[in-house]
Design a protein around this ligand. Structure first.
Ligand code: PHE
Length: 453
């Protein structure tokens, strides 16, 4: 086996530190913006069912794979593939991961910017400055989009400049539970509003005839996006993980948190959509497509806060968008950390220059998107729905047939001493060798075939 040169690396402070940081990466706009939007677009409960299934049979095994590759090599995705195989194709795959990180972040910051805009919208609305509230709520205003995206990107870069930081751990430990509490209180409130019951039914009672190849691809893309998989974010985070930690257990916690928060977000947003519709807001067009597209939650959730009214509405609205922006920040950090650690490890560039140069390039791309937000859907389809599962497919093939599951077992045994006698091992091995790559491959091929036919 190839020997690996290790560059000195920071480490997470505690076991909880790694879980918090990985959960911080996973929990973000994917849960609260993307999940409900994609679900509303794909038939509600049937989507939820398939999504949960794919998280379990593809997402979790791939997460364990990424973390173990990362901890073994202590590298970014390109460096990790290079360290464990001589096959040049995987270097291309590593670059694909880095590219996905760059492009996804460039539209992620636009949505994250909207969380800032809507924080102010809540304040202006409360203050009675309707003109200002309307101005700041306009997601089609290119200059505004650009401004808030730059603000958000600046904050992301400033965290990355400090390396893997205590800040992420603290933010997740304190603010994420608060976000959960706020969401739960809002769910209780919404469920008493007229129209909400219809949304609840759409969310929880599946109509299995709604399952189409498109739904499968959307649910798979959502699973990868939400769990931060398929582009090496968790390879990179795993590279800072100590040998004492139990990877399958850590991955279990992260998956559990992520799915739990997405489920709650759905429980809030689906009923809110129908509540808003009952009040006359046009949500779906005649063909059943979303009118607001990517801006859906920014259309319906502020309605909910306005409905609550007064100081209570202001409190919930402003706190919600503030916490959402923090959740987005702990994710955007992990997106930027992938290309940054690539530049540091593979090209010897200093962290500061790497973060500034790459962050600058991503900001430039996001400026283009700021003025044409319809690009978000297209880029999201190419780089998240297709790109991330493709990355996940390569990671499975790489682990099973190039690095070899036997070596993965040695790595996983660190921190998980009785792996050899545990049921986890034979089950995970079959998933990584056969079930995950075959399923990902089938879903990708059938849907892409459908598009070009
Ligand atoms: N999982 C993050 C979210 O849900 C987004 C993300 C995708 C982060 C891929 C890293 C890698 O918001």
């Amino acid at each position: 086996m190839a020997t690996i040169e290790h560059t000195p690396r920071g480490n997470w402070n505690t076991k909880l530190g790694f879980i918090l940081a990985a959960a911080g990466s996973a929990v973000g706009l994917g849960n609260i913006w993307r999940f409900p939007t994609v679900m509303a677009d794909n038939g509600g409960a049937a989507f939820l069912f398939i999504y949960a299934l794919l998280v379990l049979i593809i997402g979790y095994p791939v997460m364990v794979a990424e973390m173990s590759i990362g901890r073994r090599t202590e590298k970014n995705p390109v460096g990790a593939f290079k360290a464990l195989t001589k096959n040049k194709l995987f270097i291309v795959a590593g670059f694909w991961c880095v590219l996905c990180g760059i492009v996804i972040l460039s539209y992620y910051v636009i949505i994250a910017g909207w969380t800032i805009s809507y924080f102010f919208e809540q304040i202006f609305h409360y203050a009675g400055w309707q003109e200002w509230a309307g101005w700041v709520a306009d997601t089609d205003n290119g200059w505004l989009n650009a401004g808030v995206a730059i603000l958000f990107m600046g904050r992301t870069i400033s965290v990355i400049l400090g390396g893997v930081s205590d800040g992420i751990e603290r933010a997740v430990k304190l603010l994420m539970p608060l976000l959960v509490v706020i969401i739960v209180v809002l769910i209780v409130y919404v469920l008493f509003q007229p129209g909400a019951g219809v949304g609840l039914k759409e969310y929880l009672v599946p109509d299995f005839s709604a399952i189409t190849p498109d739904l499968l691809l959307a649910a798979m893309g959502q699973a990868f996006f939400s769990l931060s998989l398929g582009m090496g974010a968790l390879i990179t985070y795993g590279s800072y993980l100590s040998k004492r930690e139990n990877i399958p257990e850590a991955a279990g916690y992260v998956t559990g948190f992520d799915v739990g928060i997405a489920f709650l977000a759905g429980l809030l947003v689906m009923p809110t959509i129908y509540m808003a519709q009952a009040q006359g807001l046009v949500i779906f067009d005649e063909d059943g497509n979303l009118v607001a597209g990517a801006a859906l939650i920014f259309q319906v959730l502020p309605e909910l806060f306005h409905e609550m009214g007064g100081l209570i509405g202001l409190f919930f609205g402003a706190t919600f968008f503030f916490l959402l922006s923090i959740a987005a920040l702990t994710s955007s950090i992990s997106l930027l950390e992938v290309p940054t650690s690539y530049a540091i490890d593979e090209h010897g560039i200093r962290r500061k220059s790497a973060a500034l140069i790459i962050g600058g390039i991503i900001t430039l791309i996001s400026l283009v998107i700021a003025f044409d937000t319809s690009l978000i859907d297209t880029l999201d389809f190419i780089f998240s729905d297709v790109g991330l599962p493709l990355g996940g497919f390569v990671i499975c093939i790489f682990l099973a047939y190039f690095w070899k599951t036997e070596n993965a077992r040695l790595e996983l045994r660190e921190g998980f001493a009785d792996i050899d006698s545990h049921w986890f091992w034979p089950v995970w091995k079959i998933f990584i060798q056969y079930i995950c790559p075959i399923l990902i491959g089938l879903i990708l091929v059938t849907t892409i075939w459908g598009i070009f036919r």
